[in-house]
Design a protein around this ligand. Structure first.
Ligand code: GLN
Length: 314
């Protein structure tokens, strides 16, 4: 029987980048962080790194953008490394079904955020990383972790974005104070928020982000270096939380359409993990109503369909 040739990864990525560049529907760039409102909505980047280490890149693959909530995957990984499963006393692992900056569940659930990827949960995780350190040290730890995973020491924080959010992040201030009132945060609220805003303001390209995500694809190990970042079990569990919670109240839709663990950020980036197959980073700054990249999601939907990469079957 003749074999159907598997589609060429480079061609698929190039085609999707071209298709996405031409689309008129681009979503809305986030404006609640003023510095993000300046980003060009016509940008689009896509990078796939497959199991052999082959890198397929399309569009603005080497333009840096604000990773925002994608940083929460890496702070979760670090915090689990520091305190292990004790982390789950501070934060749950259930989807919230609510917007990323919602406060409503916190009152009913005594200040314990639903999961580590909504803002409240990520602030609680940041607080765990901060304990026993100065804010500067904790932030350095997070940044060095990103540089180590991406094998790129040039990755940096965009100070203008961090300052912009420090000035306008009133909801996050409210969330942090509310959690503090329940004793969920150990450190001074402004220290924890300072670290949180700065790790959200890490600037990376799709190429760097896809590199940083490889350990989640390969059972906790970065293949190029052989470094074991986390155990296979932990990688599997981080992927599970990404699948169920990585897109806030759009997580069900993302699983339905894309079928991969993924984490979005309001900068318009998405990191997606095809276990055993590929690390994928996409960036298009326009967002949908849930604050997830509009074209980023569509691009991933097309990619997984063409390559048969959904974890739920072809
Ligand atoms: N720094 C942003 C905030 O706290 C992150 C939100 C996001 O990317 N969804 O509002």
């Amino acid at each position: 029987m003749p074999q159907t040739p598997s589609p060429d990864l480079h061609a698929v990525v190039r085609e999707i980048a071209e298709e996405m560049r031409a689309r008129p529907d681009r979503g809305e760039v986030a404006t609640y962080i003023p510095e993000l409102a300046r980003v060009d909505a016509s940008a689009f980047g896509l990078v796939v790194i497959d199991a052999d280490g082959t890198i397929a890149a399309g569009g603005d693959a080497d333009v840096a953008f604000s990773i925002q909530s994608i940083s929460k995957v890496f702070t979760l990984t670090l915090a689990l490394g520091m305190v292990g499963d004790r982390l789950w006393r501070r934060v749950g692992r259930e989807p919230s079904g609510s917007p990323f900056n919602s406060i409503v569940q916190l009152e009913r659930e005594r200040g314990i955020p639903r999961n580590p990827f909504i803002n409240a949960g990520a602030i609680a995780v940041t607080d765990v990383i901060l304990s026993g350190h100065q804010p500067r040290e904790a932030l350095g730890e997070i940044l060095r972790f990103m540089q180590f995973l991406a094998e790129d020491p040039t990755i940096a924080i965009d100070e203008a974005v961090a300052a912009s959010e420090l000035r306008t992040g009133f909801r996050n201030v409210a969330l942090a104070n509310y959690m503090k009132s329940f004793g969920v945060l150990d450190n001074p609220v402004d220290f924890t928020l300072g670290v949180y805003f700065h790790h959200c303001a890490i600037s990376m390209t799709c190429r760097q982000l896809a590199r940083a995500g490889r350990f989640l694809v390969h059972s906790g190990r970065t293949p190029s270096t052989g470094h074991s970042v986390v155990s296979a079990e932990r990688a599997r569990r981080i992927n599970a939380v990404m699948l169920t919670c990585g897109h806030y109240d759009g997580s069900g839709e993302f699983a339905y359409r894309v079928g991969l663990p993924g984490k979005s950020g309001v900068g318009g980036g998405i990191l997606a993990v095809a276990p055993g197959r590929a690390s994928i980073a996409v960036w298009s700054p326009g967002l949908d109503a849930s604050g997830n990249s509009h074209l980023g999601r569509i691009a991933l939907e097309i990619l997984t369909r063409r390559l048969g990469w959904s974890i739920f079957g072809v």
